[in-house]
Design a protein around this ligand. Structure first.
Ligand code: SAH
Ligand code: SF4
Length: 396
């Protein structure tokens, strides 16, 4: 059973809704097996009075069916005796996030609006390319951090996604791409970026547990080298992320002076640039073959001067960081206080960084027409509720 001690608070500016971490029965009394590790699965079976040896064997079979075969029905599990299917069905489910809406952009990018059982909405985005397919996964409903250029940061409601809801996004993408059973070759879904809604390092345990499932070679089997976790700079959690998850790191730097970063990434007032870069230098496993990505959103007359570019190079050199810089043209959203830098400015910035021997590609915005591009994620339900509020205000 869940106790208050299991509820994990989320730090930030708004009071988020804490949610239980491990398995709790759903409203129909059944336990969702999705998101459970092998050990937790076994425990769930033992809690349901399955004898220890049986539980061990069945847990292994169930785990394989769930994460390797993508099964959602116990009746499909041919190596589990038919007589046991009703027993399992009465007690357990294997869920998927509920899909509220699925959209396809003119450039092939797909966005799904998902809804949890407690009616919280979050989004995931699939970006197909010639040689890869990247799933952009959310870690929270909304985000507590309020970066001034990011639409997600303006959502009022925030809660951590559970491991089931995080790994569920990957499962759902595999369902819709028809990529079961899990195969090492010829997949469309090849990469995962934790760059959807939310700050993954403010939901550390759930993100870690979900990614462990994603990386398990016997299940979804995505290599940690094909997974990237993006953080706005939660310095105290970065060492743990390196040690306990070990995926590629991306850091949302976005500015090189305290004044500007304090404004656009308010978390900078807590953990400054130098502290952040030191944590990057300490991040395990980085070398020239495995660099840290620094994301830099291009905001007109804010952070995009030649001097900024030179300062960026100086900082990356000072900390001897094996780095690549990802220049992201600002994606506008209604009411945003910024404009995107001009293409000439972006070019000039990029060539200064590139001239210093650091790769600095400009990221092509994808899925802008369906609000699927970086920083545009804000759920339709919240947009609707705002419209609803406006209507109510007009009637009053
Ligand atoms: N919270 C994490 C991960 C999600 S955001 C983080 O901030 O790193 C993924 C990336 O999109 C981040 O680099 C974020 O700063 C960037 N981003 C946010 N809003 C944007 C916008 N309107 N235009 C372009 N990039 C944006
Ligand atoms: Fe949160 Fe990242 Fe958006 Fe900042 S940029 S508000 S940390 S999702």
């Amino acid at each position: 059973m869940q106790t208050a001690a299991n509820l994990m608070p989320i730090p930030g500016h708004i009071d988020p809704v804490p949610v239980p971490r491990s398995f709790v029965p759903r409203s129909d009394g059944r336990i969702d097996l999705l998101g459970l590790s092998l050990a937790d699965l076994r425990m769930a079976l033992e809690t349901s009075q399955l004898e220890e040896k049986q539980a061990k064997l069945r847990a292994k079979q169930l785990w394989h069916w769930i994460y390797n075969r993508g099964a959602t029905e116990f009746s499909a599990m041919t190596d589990i005796s038919k007589t046991m299917h009703p027993w399992l069905e009465q007690r357990f489910v294997i869920s998927r996030p509920n899909v509220v809406e699925a959209q396809v952009s003119t450039d092939g990018t797909r966005k799904w609006l998902l809804r949890s059982d407690d009616a919280q909405d979050y989004e995931m985005v699939f970006i197909p390319d010639a040689d890869r397919g990247t799933l952009c996964v959310s870690s929270q409903v909304g985000c507590t951090l309020n970066c001034t250029f990011c639409h997600t940061g303006t959502m009022r409601l925030v809660r951590n996604l559970t491991p089931a809801e995080i790994v569920g996004q990957v499962m759902l993408a595999r369902d819709s791409l028809g990529e079961w059973p899990s195969q090492p070759e010829g997949r469309m879904l090849t990469n995962i970026v934790m760059m959807g809604m939310g700050e993954p390092l403010y939901n550390f345990e759930n993100v870690r547990d979900a990614l462990k499932l994603v990386m398990d070679g016997a299940g979804l089997a995505l290599s940690r080298r094909r997974i990237t976790l993006s953080t706005s700079g939660v310095v105290p959690m970065m060492a743990r992320a390196g040690a306990e998850i070990g995926v590629n790191l991306a850091v949302s730097l976005h500015a090189v002076t305290k004044e500007v970063r304090d404004e656009i990434v308010p978390l900078n007032r807590k953990y400054g640039i130098e502290e952040l870069l030191q944590a990057c230098a300490d991040y395990p496993g980085t070398n020239n073959a495995r660099r840290i990505t620094f994301e830099y959103v291009m905001l007109k007359d804010k952070n995009d001067s030649d001097a900024d570019a030179h300062e960026l190079v100086r900082l990356l050199r000072k900390y001897e960081l094996p780095a690549k810089v990802n220049l992201i043209p600002f994606n506008p959203w209604p009411g945003a206080a910024y404009e995107c830098s001009t293409p000439e400015r972006i070019k000039s910035f990029s060539s200064i960084v590139f001239g210093a021997g650091i790769s600095a590609p400009v990221r092509t915005p994808r899925g802008r027409d369906i609000d699927a591009a970086c920083g545009q994620l804000k759920t339709a339900s919240e947009k609707k509720s705002r419209a609803q509020l406006d209507r109510e205000a007009a009637l009053a």
